[in-house]
Design a protein around this ligand. Structure first.
Ligand code: TMP
Length: 209
């Protein structure tokens, strides 16, 4: 049986990293193979350029950085797909939804933003960690990278909500770490309890979304 492809999305400092780690423990406690991935992957040569942009040391046009974020997903998708097909449950911290939400929040056309990621692997489940501005501003380190200001993040949140489709579950991320994880696990268990899964497909944004 193939693995599940689960994505956690949300604004900056929504708690995605902590929650992905806890979710991996949940899989391991059930003797299921589980690996974590994250976008941007800052370790590749494209990722190093993205990192310089995010830290403010390299200027790029809004279109150019958008394409780099997308290319960073395309350069790694074969390896992620083969893991899922070989039975590894994959939990991915940010994906194409971040790409479209962050760039369209700058004023670029959302359909253009989505088009670059059209045909990527479609996740089985997208867990959107929804946070109020007040909660976000209290989180540690807020303000360290280029997009981390409240006004921009609240635009990003609105754009995220335009991207919801049938694979999405909205999680109230303002609760405690344990409460948020419990809500996440409920959705994951529903999938885990299925006897079989439909084949994973490279059809993200190829339908009517
Ligand atoms: P991170 O903090 O999760 O490493 O993400 C880095 C920043 O990059 C975060 O502000 C979200 C933003 N981002 C985009 O603008 N486009 C993308 O495609 C991705 C994956 C992240």
């Amino acid at each position: 049986m193939r693995g599940l492809f689960i994505v956690l999305e949300g604004c900056d400092r929504a708690g995605k990293t902590t929650q992905t780690q806890l979710l991996q423990k949940f899989f391991h406690a059930r003797d299921r193979k589980c690996e974590l991935a994250k976008f941007p992957d800052r370790t590749t040569s494209l990722g190093i350029t993205i990192n310089s942009y995010l830290q403010g040391s390299q200027a790029l046009s809004d279109q150019a950085i958008h394409l780099l974020f997308s290319a960073n997903r395309w350069e790694l998708i074969d390896s992620l797909e083969s893991k899922v097909k070989n039975g590894v449950n994959l939990i991915v911290d940010r994906y194409a939804y971040s790409g479209a939400a962050f760039t369209s929040a700058k004023g670029l056309d959302i359909d253009w933003c989505k088009s670059c990621d059209k045909g990527l692997l479609k996740p089985d489940l997208v867990l959107f960690l929804d946070t109020s501005n007040k909660t976000m501003s209290k989180r540690e380190d807020f303000g360290a990278e280029v997009y981390e200001n409240l006004e921009f993040q609240s635009k990003v949140r609105e754009q995220f909500h335009l991207l919801k489709d049938d694979s999405w579950k909205i999680i109230n991320a303002s609760g405690t770490i344990e409460e948020v994880q419990a809500e996440i696990q409920t959705h994951v268990l529903t999938l885990l309890n299925q006897d079989s899964y439909a084949p994973i497909q490279r059809n993200l944004w190829c339908g009517n979304e």
